[in-house]
Design a protein around this ligand. Structure first.
Ligand SMILES: [Zn+2]
Length: 429
């Protein structure tokens, strides 16, 4: 099939098919076409994908296989400047640039401190506080992270117990913030928003204020650009603690370099978002920006409520698509979603990952950002999250760039930081 024939064919393809699965496949195909002039084979693959004969993963595998055969010595991957087919269905032929992979300035906007305690960090925190841990690494790791085949949300939630027990003293908290930042820096993160619930660190008598001070002390020990988000917890009987967190957020709020926002975390299905109207009304009154975990374990209604409260971003928001009008609203208003693919897979936010709406959201123009959620528990890194999306859904470098730019827009930070991040992203792609 020639390019001209393909042009004719694509004009008659149902718009929804074109917007979703097919568009990236064609995008990839066309990039390769331009570079290697292998149009007929690749256009045929794209057509077969649109017709539903072969999956996206299969298209990608075949393209890679073909490409590898032609360029067995390739030492670098090709990066495209643009792959999306505009909605008006005119094909966008991309010019492919062959560039060596540069360091990508990753951004993680959704990362829990207590979900980031890896085996080595746990050992350091334990040694510092004379706490005994299992000597066997495998045994310890099993307490800190879920296996590949995480069976339930409970299994996932159990992994927070041990890390939390290591962060009940000032030095434990300070050092954990410091060590997690250093770990993230080593994994290519250029900007981090680290979140934690002060009330979960008061078991040994610390006040929420002391917990925040300890975290801020840890922040100063690393040169990674990091801001803090204070989480309220979904629970029963903790209204006072949640209100205290709001009052402290008001006291500590800065535009950058400290506490920049609040969040609501915990079991969404058990404690509905609607129950937390009061603290978020206060947050709104005080002008504290906030994000809320919603549309993860609960449905689109939870996202709706979070937006009614005034949430600037949504944690996960995977299930937003259950409500078409709501999905249109978040697209129109460019409400960022903090998506965390491997966490969503492990906590079963979607029953089947092939239904994960990443491509649907990207194609429709949802402001998607990619994050780790709980890198230690999920045994992931931000680079692994992108690699997962690439392997599973065929997300391209161009999509990756879009999502990083989305994260820059969505970040709870000042204009100067956003401008610097944008510049770094532009030069990396
Ligand atoms: Zn989370």
């Amino acid at each position: 099939m020639t390019k001209q024939e393909f042009d004719k064919y694509i004009k008659n393809v149902d718009e929804s098919k074109k917007e979703l699965a097919a568009s990236w496949a064609i995008g990839i195909g066309l990039q390769q076409v331009d570079r290697l002039n292998v149009s007929e084979y690749l256009l045929d693959l794209a057509k077969r994908n649109i017709e539903g004969e072969i999956s996206i993963a299969e298209v990608k595998r075949l393209i890679d296989e073909y490409y590898d055969k032609r360029c067995p010595s390739r030492k670098y991957r090709y990066r495209s400047t643009y792959t999306r087919i505009p909605n008006d269905s005119k094909l966008c032929y991309t010019r492919l640039r062959g560039t060596k992979m540069k360091n990508i300035p990753y951004i993680d906007l959704h990362c829990h401190l207590d979900g980031s305690i890896t085996l080595d960090i746990a050992r350091k925190l334990a040694a510092l506080q004379n706490i005994e841990l299992p000597a066997d690494d495998a045994e310890l790791e099993a307490k800190l992270s879920v296996p590949e085949s995480c069976e339930s949300l409970n299994e996932f939630l159990e992994c927070f117990a041990l890390p939390c027990s290591l962060m009940q003293t000032i030095e434990g908290i300070t050092e954990s913030v410091h060590l997690v930042q250093e770990k993230m820096k080593g994994q290519g993160i250029a900007y981090l928003e680290l979140r934690f619930a002060p009330q979960k660190h008061c078991d040994k008598g610390l006040t929420q204020k002391q917990v925040i001070d300890a975290a801020l002390a840890g922040l100063k020990m690393s040169d990674l650009h990091t801001n803090l988000i204070l989480c309220l917890m979904r629970d029963k009987g903790n209204e006072k603690e949640n209100m205290e967190t709001i009052e402290l957020a008001k006291e500590y709020l800065v535009k950058d370099g400290g506490v920049v926002a609040v969040d609501l975390a915990g079991a969404e299905a058990l404690f509905p978002t609607a129950d937390f109207a009061s603290p978020f009304a206060k947050a709104k009154e005080y002008g504290i920006p906030f994000t809320i975990h919603a549309g993860e374990a609960d449905g689109a209604g939870s996202v709706h409520t979070a937006l009614d409260f005034g949430a600037k971003r949504i944690g996960h928001g995977v299930r937003t698509k259950e409500d078409t009008a709501l999905l249109e609203y978040i697209i129109k208003n460019q409400i960022p979603l903090e998506m965390c693919p491997n966490s969503n897979r492990q906590t079963k936010s979607v029953d089947d990952m092939s239904k994960y709406p990443i491509w649907e959201y990207l194609a429709k123009g949802v402001k998607v950002t990619i994050n780790t959620d709980d890198p230690a528990i999920c045994r992931t890194t931000i680079a692994k999250e992108f690699k997962y999306l690439e392997d599973k859904f065929g997300i391209t470098a161009a999509d990756e760039k879009i999502m990083l730019l989305n994260a820059t827009d969505a970040a709870f930070t000042d204009a100067a930081t956003k401008a610097a991040l944008k510049k770094a992203i532009e030069s990396a792609f």
